[in-house]
Design a protein around this ligand. Structure first.
Ligand SMILES: Cc1cc2nc3c(=O)[nH]c(=O)nc-3n(C[C@H](O)[C@H](O)[C@H](O)COP(=O)(O)O)c2cc1C
Length: 193
C-alpha cells in the first residue's frame, strides 16, 4: 500500500474446519464490512486448503504453504476468524501461523471468534501474544466474540454482532493506514528490519 493513494488490502482467514462453522459466517461478514469501507478484502478458508501439520522442516516444502504465505505476505492487515477450542483458538489457526510465520510481521491482526459459551473471551490472547512477540504484529485491541445466540435462526449475524464486526474492520483498516503513514514518514531507513 502506498501512503495516500491506495486502500489497504485486508485478508480474512477462516480457520474452522467445521462444515457448519459460525466463525466462517463472521469471516464473510468481515469481508463484506471491509468492502463497504472501500477496502480490498480477500477470504481464505482453511477448509479449502490441504495443509500439512507443521513439523518445522519438510512441511515448508508442501505445495500449499508457499502460495498461502504469499497471500498473507501481500496483505496490509489480517483478520483471523477462529472457533474457540479448549480455551484457545483452534489448532488449525495455530498451525497456520506456524507454517507461515514471518509473513505476519509488522501487520495489524484482528480476531473474530465463535465459542460455545461466554467464558472463553480471553482465549485468543495466547496466539495474539505470540504474534506480537514473534512477529511484532499489531493486535487490534478489540475482539469480536460470539456465541450461538448472537446469530439468528438462519445462522446469519444479528445486528448487534454485525456492528461489532464493522468496528473491528474499521479498527484494522485504521491501523493499517496509520502504519503505512508511519513507514512513509520514516522513510526506508525507518522501516522495520
Ligand atoms: C474440541 C472443542 C473444544 C471446544 N472448546 C471450547 C471452549 O473452550 N470454550 C467454549 O466456549 N467453547 C468451546 N467449544 C465450542 C466451540 O467453540 C463452538 O462450537 C464454536 O461455534 C465452534 O466454531 P465454528 O462454528 O466456527 O466451528 C469447543 C468445541 C470443540 C469441538
Amino acid at each position: 500500500m502506498s501512503a495516500a493513494a491506495e486502500p489497504p488490502t485486508v485478508l480474512v482467514v477462516s480457520c474452522s474446519l467445521s462444515a457448519t462453522s459460525r466463525s466462517r459466517v463472521l469471516a464473510e461478514a468481515a469481508v463484506a464490512a471491509l468492502r463497504r469501507r472501500g477496502v480490498s478484502a480477500g477470504l481464505i478458508d482453511l477448509q479449502e486448503w490441504d495443509l500439512p501439520l507443521c513439523d518445522g522442516g519438510d512441511c515448508y516444502d508442501h505445495p500449499s504453504v508457499e502460495p498461502l504465505t504469499r497471500r498473507i505476505q501481500a496483505a496490509d492487515a489480517l483478520l483471523v476468524a477462529s472457533p474457540i477450542y479448549n480455551y484457545d483458538v483452534n489448532a488449525a489457526a495455530k498451525n497456520l501461523v506456524e507454517l507461515t510465520g514471518a509473513a505476519w510481521s509488522d501487520k495489524p491482526v484482528g480476531f473474530l471468534c465463535t465459542a460455545g459459551g461466554r467464558r472463553s473471551y480471553m482465549a485468543p490472547i495466547g496466539l495474539a501474544n505470540s504474534l506480537m512477540f514473534d512477529f511484532r504484529s499489531l493486535v487490534v485491541p478489540r475482539f469480536v466474540y460470539a456465541v450461538k445466540e448472537d446469530f439468528d435462526e438462519s445462522g446469519a449475524v444479528t445486528d448487534p454482532l454485525r456492528e461489532r464486526v464493522e468496528q473491528l474492520a474499521a479498527a484494522a483498516v485504521d491501523l493499517a493506514r496509520a502504519l503505512d503513514w508511519l513507514h512513509a514518514a520514516a522513510g526506508p531507513a525507518g522501516r522495520p528490519a
